[in-house]
Design a protein around this ligand. Structure first.
Ligand SMILES: [Zn+2]
Length: 500
């Protein structure tokens, strides 16, 4: 098993958790050892690995700058799995009060071989309430020889009383570049050659979990031998190796709806799994967005990255593409390209509008009018409570909210339907609020995000100003229904965010 074989033996080898490694090593090097640690974070990001290194470090007789020596008797006992004083317990299968009581009784005894008894409780959030209470008592009065390391993927399910007794370390998803580096290292050690692009595809698929990435690598090698091609890797991942994925994303970046629809249809016509195709597009867009945001040169597709960078609104555009493509739902009819087409139309034309005459719908799609209603279902059914055609200000307000929601959903909450755009011309953006709380939040915490996203949408820098407004203004905002003439005028295929 590659994962077990290449499990880091020291803190320095732990991948992508530098903030944790640094703190732990400093504390250990200066002899500051806590009685309880809490490791939280997504699966496969190194919590158990780090816990085992920590267990060796607190027992090592020849600690070197906070790193366990892995040579002394204690280190070797733990590494070989023969140390009785390292007790690993999976709270998912030992979650009751009796399990914790038993643990408490054992804790009272001094360690048998090591200097310290280390209890590693994995998936600690699975404990029952009674078990948590029993654990809390132990954490409140820990025996001097005992150290607890609690690990969890669901921090919010761990009681605050427990959290407050622990030194807390939050593990992050491992960045793709760090996963690629680690995979490349393992390949080199194992005498395998996997193309960089293949390693990147594995990293993307593993969603920041190094353990999953290494497991996938192992499967690829088991199936395709020591020198798999990029296509082998993609096939193993169930990904679509199809230049049309890049073509579709390019069409979105160039606001070329006809091209995007052609690709969606040709993929469906070829009998390719269109949901999977769309997921590949999502991965590619995410990759591009990350590259643009980080201003990094590294991307899977340098040509597309250049196209993305050429757009001033690259970030909101890619964010919108990510949201729309991820939202496409193929469960109803897995062979239909319609959800993908709707997603592309939404990215380029903006969200679908309600109260539009259905007959006029094909006109919204340039270059497709000659097809004689081949895909009438492209017009999505309107959401029931849509207020109808929106004013420019309303459209901007909605777009601003949608963009912010993608950048930071927690902060964007303060923008959700709580404001009116009072002024958006010139270099000042004035937002009116009825309530003080959202206004203050937007004025402070949300300000950088709002100014950045507004600038991206408007195509010029703006300074945000907020003010309280009378309740009457929002109350008077009647849904404007039935303005068919106006709606029809708006049916032209004008890309949102571009001058028209
Ligand atoms: Zn040692």
């Amino acid at each position: 098993m590659l994962y077990g074989k290449w499990r880091p033996k020291g803190f320095a080898e732990v991948v992508g958790q530098d903030h944790i490694v640094r703190t732990l090593k400093n504390a250990l090097a200066t002899g500051r050892i806590a009685h309880a640690y809490l490791f939280s974070g997504p699966r496969g990001t190194g919590k158990t690995t780090t816990a085992r290194i920590l267990a060796r470090a607190v027992n090592c007789s020849a600690l070197q700058n906070g790193e366990p020596c892995n040579q002394c008797e204690s280190c070797r006992a733990i590494l070989s799995g023969s140390a009785l004083d390292l007790i690993e317990m999976d709270a998912a299968s030992n979650r009751g009060i009796d399990d914790v009581r038993e643990l408490r009784e054992k804790i009272a005894y001094a360690p048998s071989g090591l200097a310290r008894k280390v209890y590693l409780l994995d998936e600690v959030h699975m404990l029952t309430e009674g078990a948590f209470n029993a654990l809390l008592k132990t954490l409140e009065e820990p025996p001097p020889h005992a150290i607890f390391i609690l690990a969890t993927t669901d921090l919010h399910k761990v009681p605050a009383t427990i959290i407050s007794r622990c030194q807390r370390y939050d593990f992050h998803r491992v960045p793709n570049e760090a996963i690629v580096r680690r995979l490349a290292f393992i390949c080199e050690q194992e005498g395998c050659t996997v193309p960089q692009e293949g390693l990147h595809a594995i990293a993307v698929q593993s969603r920041g979990g190094l353990r999953d990435a290494i497991t996938i690598l192992e499967q690829v090698i088991a199936r395709y031998g020591n020198a798999p091609t990029v296509d082998d890797v993609r096939a193993a991942l169930g990904q679509v190796s199809d230049a049309r994925v890049g073509g579709l994303v390019r069409a979105l970046l160039e606001s070329h709806l006809a091209a995007a629809l052609d690709i969606a249809r040709s993929v469906a016509d070829d009998g390719i799994d269109i949901a999977r195709f769309t997921r590949s597009a999502v991965d590619l867009v995410r990759d591009l967005l990350a590259a643009v945001l980080r201003d990094s040169a590294a991307s899977n597709d340098d040509e597309l990255l250049a196209v993305a960078r050429s757009r001033a609104d690259a970030v909101p555009l890619l964010a919108s593409a990510l949201a729309e493509l991820a939202r496409a739902d193929f469960r109803l009819d897995p062979a239909s390209p319609v959800p993908l087409e709707v997603a592309c139309a939404s990215v380029i034309l903006g969200p679908p509008r309600a109260a539009l005459p259905v007959a006029a719908a094909p006109a919204a799609v340039p270059g497709q009018a000659s097809e004689g209603g081949r895909r009438p279902a492209r017009q999505p059914s309107p959401p029931p409570a849509d207020p109808g055609p929106m004013s420019r200000e309303e459209k901007f307000a909605r777009e601003l909210y949608e963009h912010c929601k993608i950048i930071n959903p927690a902060l964007a909450m303060w923008l959700n339907g709580s404001f009116d755009v009072l002024q958006m011309d010139g270099d000042e953006l004035v937002l009116g609020f009825q309530r003080k709380m959202p206004m203050e939040k937007v004025d402070t915490a949300c300000r950088p995000m709002v100014e950045e996203q507004a600038a991206a949408i408007l195509g010029r820098p703006v300074r945000l100003r907020v003010q309280l407004v009378e309740a009457t203004k929002q109350a008077n905002r009647e849904p404007r229904r039935g303005h068919l003439a106006e709606a029809a005028k708006k049916m032209g295929a004008r890309p949102i965010g571009k001058d028209s």
